[in-house]
Design a protein around this ligand. Structure first.
Ligand SMILES: *[C@@H]1O[C@H](CO)[C@@H](O)[C@H](O)[C@H]1NC(C)=O
Ligand SMILES: *[C@@H]1O[C@H](CO)[C@@H](O)[C@H](O)[C@H]1NC(C)=O
Ligand SMILES: *[C@@H]1O[C@H](CO)[C@@H](O)[C@H](O)[C@H]1NC(C)=O
Ligand SMILES: *[C@@H]1O[C@H](CO)[C@@H](O)[C@H](O)[C@H]1NC(C)=O
Ligand SMILES: *[C@@H]1O[C@H](CO)[C@@H](O)[C@H](O)[C@H]1NC(C)=O
Ligand SMILES: *[C@@H]1O[C@H](CO)[C@@H](O)[C@H](O)[C@H]1NC(C)=O
Length: 427
């Protein structure tokens, strides 16, 4: 939505103001004669929590990111009550002059809300024209005292760090997660396939799982983003409001995924959006790098690559005595035993998971990208698919109707060796 003149904010002045300048549609306050006490106007309350509730209890700030890909702005990833929150203001404070610049946020609630009252939201904050803010506060009013507002650091203004090739974003580990064996196997498969980092939005997990995460954090592979969303909102374990009428769907999964895209925009060439029980596996390529080199050269302008999800039921076993495995003491699913997949169903389109170029993505959902500077490409399953080991979708299918697909077994040697090495150090 374009900026509207009707959004003009009311001029506010405090005793120390000596001039008010109206710049384009926006208002700014400048302190021309400064004293030490006035500099303190910039303080705010710095916060680095992943989820920060505002005082209305209906706006939750995740993080602001600088975004100059189209219009120069601060894009704030948030969760809001879409009916009750209609007006928010972005407060920028100049660190040395104390100048305060307030702009009205354009509130962009993501369309994939699935009827829940709360949803992932982007706040588009126009920035001051002649200086670069490093912090922003969000407030329901253009009036007030910035000292009392939480202050958020604006990320991505100076892209930093050495980019890795692939980052996997795992949106929300919850429910005292304890599927240790499948987790370690997925992690080691990701590493074999070329992952540089795995970012996990963690709500809850078991004690053993904490130990496993600690191991991978120390290895520098895993980054944990605390995700205590259930401290603030009633969370649904389902994706649609009608299935479980709570405040927000699936532990705020969509918000976490969007935050993960922006968080890794300049840190990773590609970002994979999939769950812990999913692995993008190629029959044609030994790893993600060679696969993406080919796919990207076939589609240089593409922003998003979509891979079909295929279910390998964890209830259907295939013997693995030819492998030297001794992981009985470890809780969880051994994916090597699950190499039979469900056939496609008539009239049902398989959902997809994605590898995206984060620099080209604006807004993402779970199975598709909603807005991007580039096309979405469907990758045929003879190139690669999402190996998804979980409870069956087609429950009563006889075994002979399942399709044997042993792509995973090609990695048996390195996978078994690497997993055993990790488990020996943890369990
Ligand atoms: C958050 O800030 C506090 C105090 O400034 C610091 O101790 C803590 O390590 C920070 N946490 C993260 C995750 O940066
Ligand atoms: C917001 O939530 C907190 C904690 O649940 C509560 O103490 C406070 O009264 C609430 N504020 C409003 C304005 O509803
Ligand atoms: C099987 O694995 C164990 C350790 O996991 C190893 O000590 C043993 O030598 C292996 N046996 C064979 C036949 O490779
Ligand atoms: C599957 O089979 C069981 C028993 O054989 C039956 O009770 C159930 O209704 C069947 N479910 C479906 C979806 O066909
Ligand atoms: C296990 O991997 C090796 C090569 O790493 C391969 O030769 C062998 O066929 C694989 N085993 C199975 C059962 O696929
Ligand atoms: C996994 O195993 C392969 C083959 O044994 C090895 O080259 C690789 O370094 C291992 N990866 C890790 C992370 O240990």
């Amino acid at each position: 939505m374009p900026w509207k003149k009707s959004h003009l904010v009311a001029a506010v002045c405090i005793a120390t103001c000596t001039s008010i300048l109206t710049l384009s549609y926006l208002q700014r306050r400048k302190l021309s004669s400064m004293s030490m006490s006035e500099i303190k106007l910039c303080r705010g309350i710095p916060t680095n929590n992943t989820i920060t509730p505002l005082r209305d209890n209906k706006t939750f700030i995740i993080a602001p990111y600088f975004d100059n890909r189209k219009n120069k702005m601060t894009r704030v990833i948030a969760i809001i009550h879409h009916k009750d929150i209609k007006e928010l203001y972005c407060w920028f404070c100049h660190p040395s002059s104390g100048e305060i610049y307030i702009s009205k946020a354009e509130i962009d609630v993501h369309p994939d809300r699935f009827d829940f009252p709360y949803g992932a939201t982007d706040l588009h904050c126009p920035e001051p024209k002649d200086w670069e803010p490093h912090y922003v506060s969000i407030h329901w009013s253009p009036n007030g005292n910035i000292d009392h507002l939480p202050l958020f650091e604006i990320k991505n203004r100076e892209p930093e760090g050495f980019p890795v090739e692939f980052t996997v974003c795992i949106s929300t580990m919850f429910g005292e997660y304890n599927n240790v064996l499948q987790f370690v196997q997925s992690m080691e498969m990701y590493r074999i396939l070329g992952v540089g980092r795995v970012v996990i939005y963690k709500n809850s997990c078991s004690t053993l799982m904490e130990k496993v995460l600690g191991f991978y954090i120390a290895e520098g592979v895993v980054e944990i983003i605390p995700w205590p969303i259930d401290s603030y909102l009633k969370v649904s374990s389902y994706w649609h409001h009608s299935m479980d009428p709570k405040d927000i769907g699936y532990y705020g999964q969509i918000t976490a995924l969007n935050d993960c895209i922006y968080r890794n925009m300049y840190k990773s060439k590609y970002v994979l959006l999939n769950d812990m029980d999913e692995i993008i596996l190629s029959e044609k390529y030994p790893d993600w790098k060679t696969m993406m080199q080919d796919l990207q050269s076939q589609h240089p302008e593409a922003a998003v690559f979509l891979f079909e999800n295929h279910i390998f039921p964890k209830t259907v076993f295939t013997p693995t005595h030819m492998f030297n495995i001794s992981w009985n003491a470890v809780p969880g699913v051994n994916i090597l035993q699950h190499v039979l997949r469900e056939p496609d169903r008539k009239y049902i389109v398989n959902p997809q998971k994605m590898i995206v170029d984060p620099k080209k993505v604006v807004q993402t959902s779970v199975h598709s990208v909603l807005q991007a500077y580039g096309a979405s490409i469907h990758v045929p399953m003879d190139v690669a698919l999402v190996y998804h080991c979980r409870t069956p979708l087609q429950k009563n299918l006889s075994r002979r109707l399942l399709i044997k697909d042993t792509t995973l077994w090609r990695y048996n040697m390195s996978l078994i060796g690497n997993v055993s090495k990790v488990l020996n150090q943890i369990v």
